[in-house]
Design a protein around this ligand. Structure first.
Ligand SMILES: [Zn+2]
Length: 253
């Protein structure tokens, strides 16, 4: 029974300035130790960097008791381009006849590299906290995923929708939100271009200008343009559907 980890998790409440000092120390340590990261808004990252970040967090916040509790159970780290709606994911796997177990923490490079890129260095909010740079944002993701791992280790199940999870992330990291997200392409479209469902837009495709209403926003926006040849929608009108990159849309009043 991982008594020491349990005791730490249940009895710790950290003041905001202490959390800030520790996360800042981790930020500096990771940048100085990493062989890949070329700065706080790094342009490449490898799984080894996640491992390094994990080890720093385990040492600063949990007295190395996560690694201690894992013992011989492997913890893998992965980077995924395919995850587009959540910043991170923690999974437990078991395989083979002997039921060998391992854990994996994976992070979405699509989401991570989608923020603080190019000229867009505006701060974003993750877990209710403002992040100043890409590494800072990655730290919020790691903090969230660490708590998933801890819950799996201590109680077998983990849910970031439940009060226990909220209590741990608040007491250790000051998180006031518990969602798997940083800034998604959808949020970026809203923040950067004012494009969201219901907004009237204008765009040009193949030299022709169209006006329509944004219906959905994912990687691209779905825009409905009135068209008698188009499909009939619930408002009784007929629309043609266009999938348009949000940067090509101009919101009109
Ligand atoms: Zn979660």
């Amino acid at each position: 029974m991982p008594a020491r980890l349990l005791q730490i998790v249940e009895s710790t409440t950290l003041a905001a300035d202490l959390i800030a000092a520790r996360t800042k120390r981790i930020h500096a340590a990771v940048l100085s130790k990493s062989k890949t990261l070329d700065g706080p808004n790094f342009t490449t990252i490898r799984p080894a960097d996640l491992e390094l970040l994990f080890a720093q967090y385990d040492a600063e916040f949990f007295d190395d008791q996560i690694a201690e509790t894992l013992g011989a159970i492997p913890l893998h780290f992965g980077l995924s381009k395919r995850m587009t709606s959540s910043g991170g994911k923690t999974s437990r796997y078991s395989g083979g006849a002997d039921g060998t177990q391992w854990y994996e923490i994976s992070v979405s490079t699509t989401i991570l590299m989608g923020c603080f890129g190019g000229d867009d260095h505006r701060p974003l909010t993750a877990s209710g906290l403002v992040c100043r740079d890409r590494l800072d944002a990655l730290q919020r993701v790691m903090e969230h995923e660490l708590v998933h791992l801890i819950e799996m280790l201590l109680w077998n199940k983990s849910s970031c929708a439940k009060p226990r999870f909220h209590s741990i992330t608040l007491r250790f990291f000051g998180h006031t939100e518990n969602k798997h997200r940083l800034i998604t392409p959808k949020e970026k479209a809203i923040v950067k271009y004012g494009i969201r469902p219901g907004v009237a837009v204008r765009f040009r495709i193949d030299g022709a200008e169209h006006k329509g209403i944004v219906n959905r926003v994912n990687k691209r926006a779905t825009v409905l343009v009135e068209d008698r040849q188009g499909r009939r929608y619930s408002d009784g009108k007929h629309y043609a559907k266009f999938y348009v990159p949000v940067q090509l849309l101009e919101a009109i009043e």
